[in-house]
Design a protein around this ligand. Structure first.
Ligand SMILES: Nc1nc2c(ncn2[C@@H]2O[C@H](COP(=O)(O)OP(=O)(O)OP(=O)(O)O)[C@@H](O)[C@H]2O)c(=O)[nH]1
Ligand SMILES: C[C@H](OP(=O)(O)O)C(=O)O
Length: 206
């Protein structure tokens, strides 16, 4: 099955701006993308990164460039090819096991919810579905499917559910991954701290 991985490298992860500089956000986003690609074996599956601008370094999988907004990019794809899976590029805890589970789950539309209401991954098996990302998209996607008479199935997965949007998400990466995003955080001085109350992540120099 084709697996689309949307990636916007233009000004990524703006919600991490208080923690990371623009250059660091770019490096960290690229590391998360690599973690996602590592989880999708290209010898048995068919990944394609749809990026807003060409990469400096070849990511080692099929790549296409589109400056269209996220919804247009994905909906054009659904219009031309189903089944298709869409896996976001900011899921650093994902492993091959979760990708396989996503693809094996039955349903016209399979949804892997993200914390806070997003849709971290989905599978579309019926062309009458269309995506409407942003906001509480997992709820919107359920509604769209229902209105079009399509079945939906949810994948209940912690590793698929953690998309890194906010600084408070970073602790999960340090705790539960040994991948490239976790390496990047460690080598840039991030560590888990327990200030009293909820443990968090801080930089050595902070
Ligand atoms: N190709 C493409 N990918 C996008 C676009 N917008 C977001 N993405 C990707 O979709 C996924 C989810 O993106 P978001 O978390 O909504 O946005 P973000 O830019 O990563 O982060 P924020 O700036 O903090 O909202 C990430 O993998 C992004 O790289 C777009 O317009 N085009
Ligand atoms: C694209 C968007 O991502 P989030 O802003 O929830 O990370 C969504 O999943 O609808």
């Amino acid at each position: 099955m084709k697996i689309l991985i949307p990636f916007d490298g233009r000004n990524p992860k703006t919600r991490l701006s208080q923690t990371l500089s623009p250059e660091e956000r770019s490096e960290f986003s690229a590391a998360m993308l690599e973690d996602v690609l590592d989880a999708i074996p290209s010898d048995s599956l068919d990944p394609e990164v749809v990026t807003t601008e060409p990469f400096d370094r070849d990511p080692g999988v099929e790549t296409s460039t589109s400056s269209e907004p996220l919804n247009s990019v994905v909906n054009s794809y659904i219009d031309s090819t189903v089944p298709v899976a869409v896996v976001m590029a900011d899921l650093p805890l994902i492993r091959t096991e979760q990708v396989e589970r996503l693809l094996e789950t039955p349903g016209d539309v399979v949804l892997a919810p993200g914390i806070g209401g997003g849709t971290n991954a989905l599978v579309v098996r019926n062309q009458s579905f269309s995506v409407d990302y942003h906001g509480v998209s997992v709820r919107d996607h359920q509604r769209i499917a229902r209105n079009r008479g399509l079945s939906t199935t949810k994948v209940d997965s912690y590793r698929l559910g953690l998309d890194v949007d906010e600084p408070s998400d970073l602790i999960e990466v340090l705790l539960h991954s040994s991948g490239r995003a976790a390496d990047w955080l460690e080598s840039n001085g991030f560590e888990i701290v327990e200030p009293g109350g909820r443990p968090t992540v801080a930089r050595e120099s902070d």
